[in-house]
Write a protein that binds this ligand. Structure first.
Ligand SMILES: Cc1cc2nc3c(=O)[nH]c(=O)nc-3n(C[C@H](O)[C@H](O)[C@H](O)COP(=O)(O)OP(=O)(O)OC[C@H]3O[C@@H](n4cnc5c(N)ncnc54)[C@H](O)[C@@H]3O)c2cc1C
Length: 390
């Protein structure tokens, strides 16, 4: 591993890898990404791989749009297939809705629809009859309304990461796998290096893309990043006759239960339990909880045979928005973390805007609230600066 770099990225998930590629694409190739395990071994390799407009906050919507645009030109730009399949997303809610972390009030699909309409995003509020047509065989007890996004769909995060990594490498970026960052070297108010298990690397720019370990990396910079890791399970079934035809990604917001087709079977996701496991394992006793709700909501799942399962962590902030941008107290220290359940869909965009911020010191790519990405800075949270020394 080299011992000096213009930019050091900590974390080889989809966020860090996207940033590495976009920095190199803008001509900044003296970049080293350190990943303590293998690229994509964190949350990025364990997601449901959905890109959709109904999930992100109003602040994040421009990023999702930018990601969509990047995915549409992915094949031409990177000569690789990002696996985008516009299967559509169908959100289901009852009369009350579920807690919406970005507003603190109910997850009101009607309000969500109005927001999407005002931003020019195609979405449809649908009644129970249309819900049954889109995703047949559901028991719609306690479901009042649906929100359907026909452009939303699934991607292949592995292909996206490998294509970004391949082209970043080709342009000169070093990927140091099996290397763990262990601390920062700080002089005055600026970063001057990173300590790693493979030695010290001098640098004036460090990016915290450490996903479920971002809170720990933040402490090295004297920050108390309010990120909580929530564990979610996914189970994959064998073929189910009732779901042999395409269905949209179907998500019940009140209980955060979802299903979509995966190969000949279904992928079913559920669960939000706080956890800091480094390699989250399946808790097979949780399968009973998932099975109970699945059979209640989609009775044909009673015949499902579970073929495989995995678990992963979603690093969530109090308002469900990411932490993105340079720390105001420490020059050269950037955060790109706290992506919760939206880190795949936002990765192309985050790489573009953060690369622009690092290379040019400004970004005009997306018209976010302040015409920049300052709405995502850690400083929006009270107590973001820890009391101790960096
Ligand atoms: C079950 C599940 C379903 C999901 N579904 C979706 C979805 O449908 N759509 C969507 O957009 N998002 C989804 N997500 C969220 C998404 O997976 C994450 O937001 C995203 O992967 C975060 O990417 P990342 O690069 O920030 O983190 P990660 O992929 O976790 O990468 C961080 C990397 O940093 C490395 N690291 C940590 N500390 C250090 C250190 N000190 N030194 C070196 N390396 C270090 C880790 O090994 C890891 O590889 C889901 C998540 C889960 C768990």
């Amino acid at each position: 591993m080299k011992n000096t770099a213009k930019v050091v990225i900590i974390g080889g998930g989809i966020q860090g890898i996207s940033l590495a590629y976009h920095l190199a694409r803008r001509g900044l190739t003296d970049v080293c990404l350190v990943e303590m395990k293998e690229l994509g071994s964190g949350s990025s390799g364990r997601s449901a791989a959905i890109i959709g407009h109904a999930f992100p906050s109003e602040n994040c919507l421009p990023l999702v749009e930018l990601s969509f645009a990047a995915l549409m030109r992915f094949q031409d730009e990177l000569d690789a297939d990002p696996g985008y399949e516009p299967i559509g997303c169908l959100l289901l809610a009852g009369a009350q809705g579920a807690p919406d972390p970005s507003t603190g009030s109910g997850y009101d699909l009607r309000r969500r629809h109005a927001l999407l309409q005002s931003k020019g995003v195609v979405s449809h509020l649908v009644d129970r009859e249309t819900i049954s047509r889109l995703t047949p065989g559901l028991n719609l007890e306690k479901i009042e309304v649906g929100l359907y996004g026909p452009r939303d769909g699934s991607v292949d995060p592995h292909s996206i990461m490998m294509a970004y990594a391949h082209h970043a490498r080709r342009l000169g970026v070093e990927f140091a796998e099996g290397v763990k960052a262990t601390g920062l070297q700080i002089e005055g108010d600026r970063v001057v290096g990173v300590h790693t298990t493979a030695g010290f690397m001098a640098t004036h720019c460090v990016v915290n893309a450490a996903g479920f370990r971002a809170r720990e990396v933040g402490t090295w910079a004297g920050m108390d990043l309010p990120i909580t890791n929530m564990k979610r399970h996914i189970f994959v079934t064998g073929p189910i006759a009732a779901y042999s035809q395409p269905i949209p990604f179907t998500y019940e917001v009140e209980v955060a239960w979802y299903m979509r087709r995966e190969g000949p079977g279904l992928l079913i996701g559920m669960g939000a339990v706080e956890s800091d496991e480094e390699d989250p394992q399946v808790d097979w006793s949780f399968l009973d909880v998932v099975a109970d709700h699945s059979v209640y909501r989609a009775p044909a799942l009673a015949e499902a045979e579970i073929k495989s399962g995995w678990a992963g962590l979603r690093p969530i902030t109090p308002d469900d928005d990411p932490i993105l941008g340079e720390a105001s107290h420490l020059r050269g220290f950037f955060n790109d973390c706290g992506w919760g359940g939206h880190g795949i869909m936002n990765a192309p965009a985050a790489g573009i805007v953060l690369a622009e911020l690092i290379v040019d010191g400004t970004t005009d790519r997306v018209n976010l609230t302040d015409a920049d990405i300052s709405c995502f800075r850690a400083e929006r949270f009270e107590g973001w600066l820890s009391k101790g020394d960096c």
